[in-house]
Design a protein around this ligand. Structure first.
Ligand SMILES: [Zn+2]
Length: 85
C-alpha cells in the first residue's frame, strides 16, 4: 500500500509517513493505517521509494503487515539501521 506524506509533520495521521532527522541520523516514522500506532521504519528505502520488504505493525494484535511505498519520497536511499548514531 501507499503511505502518504504527512500534511502535518508533527502529527502524522493513519497511513502517513514523516521523515525525522537528527544530528547524525535520518529515520522514517510511519503511522499504521489500521491502528494509528507510530513506529520508526526499520527497513531500507530505495531511491524510488519502495520499501524493500514487508512492514509489520509493532502493536500487539494489529494485523497490519504489507509491502509499502512512500508517496513523494525524494530523500534518496535510506538505510535506517546503518545510519543510526
Ligand atoms: Zn497497527
Amino acid at each position: 500500500m501507499m503511505f502518504h506524506h504527512a500534511a502535518n509533520p508533527k502529527k502524522p495521521q493513519k497511513g502517513e509517513w514523516v521523515l525525522v532527522t537528527g544530528k547524525d541520523f535520518r529515520s522514517v516514522m510511519l503511522s499504521c493505517p489500521v491502528c494509528g500506532g507510530l513506529a520508526a521504519l526499520d527497513h531500507d528505502v530505495d531511491t524510488v521509494w519502495w520499501v524493500t520488504t514487508g512492514v509489520q505493525c509493532a502493536r500487539d494484535g494489529c494485523p497490519f503487515h504489507e509491502r509499502i511505498a512512500l508517496e513523494d519520497w525524494d530523500h534518496g536511499a535510506l538505510h535506517p539501521l546503518s545510519e543510526k548514531g
